[in-house]
Design a protein around this ligand. Sequence first.
Ligand SMILES: Nc1ncnc2c1ncn2[C@@H]1O[C@H](COP(=O)(O)OP(=O)(O)OP(=O)(O)O)[C@@H](O)[C@H]1O
Ligand SMILES: [Mg+2]
Length: 323
Amino acid sequence: MTELIQLEDIRTYFFVRKGWFGRVPLKAVDGVSIDIDERETVAVVGESGSGKTTLGRTAIKLLKPVSGKIIFQGEDVTNNDENIKEFRRQAQIIFQDPFTSLNPHMTIEQIINEPMIVHNIDDEEKKKRRLKALSDVRLLPSEEYLPKYPHMLSGGQRQRVGIARSLVLEPVFIVADEPVSMIDASSRVEILLLLGELQKKYSMGIMYITHDIATAKYFTHNIGVMYAGKIVENGSTLDVLNNPIHPYTSALKEAVPDPDPNNRLRFRNVIPGEPPNPIDPPPGCRFHPRCPCATEKCSKEEPALRDISKRRVACHYAEKFLK
Ligand SMILES: Nc1ncnc2c1ncn2[C@@H]1O[C@H](COP(=O)(O)OP(=O)(O)OP(=O)(O)O)[C@@H](O)[C@H]1O
Ligand SMILES: [Mg+2]
């Protein structure tokens, strides 16, 4: 397989005010390396605040990393904006909230046309692509949806419009940031399966961001588990779901997500404690204060992400958890 996008040791910091100290770095993404091949889908999973959205936005250059490299189709695009317009066409994002990501004053036709106007696509081609995109996301008969406004649609239908909008520019890479967490539970699986279908049909690479590791099984090939700005486990979806090695991955697998999207602490009852403050993460392994298996070594030495059993795991005791 050919690599589509390679993220190499990406660090994305926000500089935030902290009392007398002035501005301090909030290390939202702190040394992440992950590859996505052409036609491959990767789930990025982790609790709220682990840096998933920041990583996804960095990958499509909506945020600039303080260090690290973004290699897109073999080319280092980290600081190179020469072909940014073409990059913006090829790399799209589907947002979490279909209620706020669609302009309520625009019709579906205008919403789907917008990116095509930016990219100077002629009227005939626009018409062809918007009908095709709407039929791809199963909003049929497509003509009937064009004059509607977002408020006339259900949450699931709105997210389908969001997906159609991201498809019309024929991208090769999509970041889908919690695309189903705000919609009705009954439509979630359907929309995830649809994403998987479209990914195959159009040979796209997808970064699927989610707090619910169980949903990765619907269409992803690989999983990267994030904790406090770092990847703690990265491997094939089957391996990671069936036989998690890192104690944090195991805990996420056991977690039953709270269906209430407004509940920011969706795993509180299952994984004791809170994720660390990214301004001041704990020394050693960042998960050690919450890890049931932590030793003194874990509180002192940071574990490297190393190859073990066909995947990468950042845990001093990974061998112990191998089944
Ligand atoms: N624009 C910003 N300015 C300052 N801090 C930010 C900004 N965006 C994100 N952060 C912080 O960076 C950290 C990672 O946030 P991020 O949104 O990437 O996490 P996430 O894993 O996507 O969480 P969620 O599941 O809640 O969406 C958090 O501590 C967050 O508060
Ligand atoms: Mg997020």
